[in-house]
Design a protein around this ligand. Structure first.
Ligand SMILES: Cc1cc2nc3c(=O)[nH]c(=O)nc-3n(C[C@H](O)[C@H](O)[C@H](O)COP(=O)(O)O)c2cc1C
Length: 355
């Protein structure tokens, strides 16, 4: 089998694998550039890159500086394709997106919120705009809005199913029945709603599926169902190049299936994480003390939030996993070793070929 390339707008990746953006600081320059060097698309996560203590002004300035530094560092490590992932609920999202484009980023991935203003913010057609969706309904809503307002369509969609890591675009009730929202069910629905827009604009809208993709066989299945590529997060965490602490990676290696749970996040969406002493403690205490000089998320209600998610994720990044939140995908328990990005991608491609 010839490995198909992944075309997203003007970007042609040699292999149909996108490494998903992972915050806080899980996917930075080191991981993203390693994936890009193997022919995939590496994604830097833009969230939580600055100080979270100090004045709002300092937090905002350092988050911008942090992102620009990661983009420049990634650029110095690869000539391959680097995307940046944004959450729609970030307070300073406009500034961060504009800075990324200014730094030469040619693919913007937008999740956790509706990207209704994105084409106005990034009018350059050379920059691929790729929203993350979890249903055909939202994909259609975005296409309809952009078509009417901007006479433009998306350059692709990431379709994220219920087995993914981090925040999830499903209700807790839906997550009790993930089989009803599997990628195998969602993908044909999305392909159907995008068709009239592909016809109208005479261009393909690639759909990249993510959430629970673990082997090359999984990738082959997605491609055979009409996906143009896959997005993977969890498997890239246990690579040498992944930017998080060793303790974070070890928590993945130690996790059993029963340790992987759905949590309520201050972001207002459910999330998937490893049940650890931080979550146990939270159950007992009900609420942790928060000091928040900087409202990094538009949706976080500091007065009622049970904990500061930025701090909890940052603790895990630094290795204080007992006081930290560890996001992971449903398949994290299957990982039993740390590998390199190169070896992981070789393994996936050889499985894809034999599938
Ligand atoms: C540790 C972790 C953090 C994540 N953080 C983000 C994030 O900040 N923004 C986002 O859009 N997706 C986030 N994701 C989702 C990934 O980008 C990816 O789409 C998803 O994990 C794919 O499913 P998989 O982990 O089963 O491969 C995160 C996933 C993980 C595992």
């Amino acid at each position: 089998m010839i490995i198909p390339e992944l075309q997203i707008g003007n970007i042609s990746a040699k292999i149909p694998i996108v490494q998903g953006g992972m915050g806080v600081r899980v996917s930075l320059a080191s991981l993203a550039s390693a994936v890009a060097n193997q022919g995939g698309i590496g994604t830097i996560s833009s969230i939580g890159l600055g100080d979270i203590e100090g004045s709002a002004e300092v937090c905002e300035r350092t988050s911008l500086e942090g992102l620009v530094n990661e983009i420049r560092k990634a650029r110095s490590m690869t000539d391959g394709h680097i995307a940046v992932n944004f959450m729609g609920v970030l307070t300073n999202i406009d500034v961060l997106i504009k800075a990324s484009v200014h730094e030469g980023i040619r693919m913007i991935v937008f999740g956790a919120g509706l990207p209704t203003r994105l084409p106005a913010l990034v009018p350059d057609p050379d920059v691929s705009l790729v929203p993350i969706v979890s249903s055909a309904r939202v994909a259609e809503l975005i296409l309809r809005t952009w078509d009417r307002r901007y006479e433009r369509i998306t350059d692709g969609f990431i379709l994220e199913g219920p087995l993914a890591g981090g925040h999830l675009g499903f209700s807790p009730e839906q997550l009790e029945h993930p089989e009803d929202y599997s990628l195998e069910i969602l993908l044909p629905e999305v392909l159907e709603v995008i068709k009239p827009y592909e016809d109208k604009y005479g261009k393909k809208i690639p759909v990249i599926t993510g959430g629970g993709i673990y082997t090359g066989k999984d990738i082959a299945r997605m491609l055979s169902l009409g996906a143009s590529g896959v997005q993977m997060g969890t498997r890239f965490v246990c690579t040498e190049e992944c930017d998080v602490s060793q303790q974070f990676k070890q928590a993945y290696l130690d996790a059993g299936e029963e340790d992987i749970v759905i949590i309520k996040s201050p972001v207002g969406m459910p999330g998937r994480a490893i049940y650890n002493s931080f979550l146990k403690d939270l159950e007992i205490k009900g609420k942790l003390k928060i000091s928040c000089p900087y409202r990094c998320l538009t949706v976080c209600k500091v007065e009622t939030a049970r904990y500061c998610i930025a701090l909890a994720l940052l603790n895990s990044y630094f290795g204080d996993v007992d006081n930290g939140l560890i996001f992971c995908g449903q398949n994290a328990h299957r990982i039993d070793r740390i590998t390199t990005v190169k070896d992981l991608i070789q393994e996936l491609l050889s499985e894809l070929e034999s599938a």
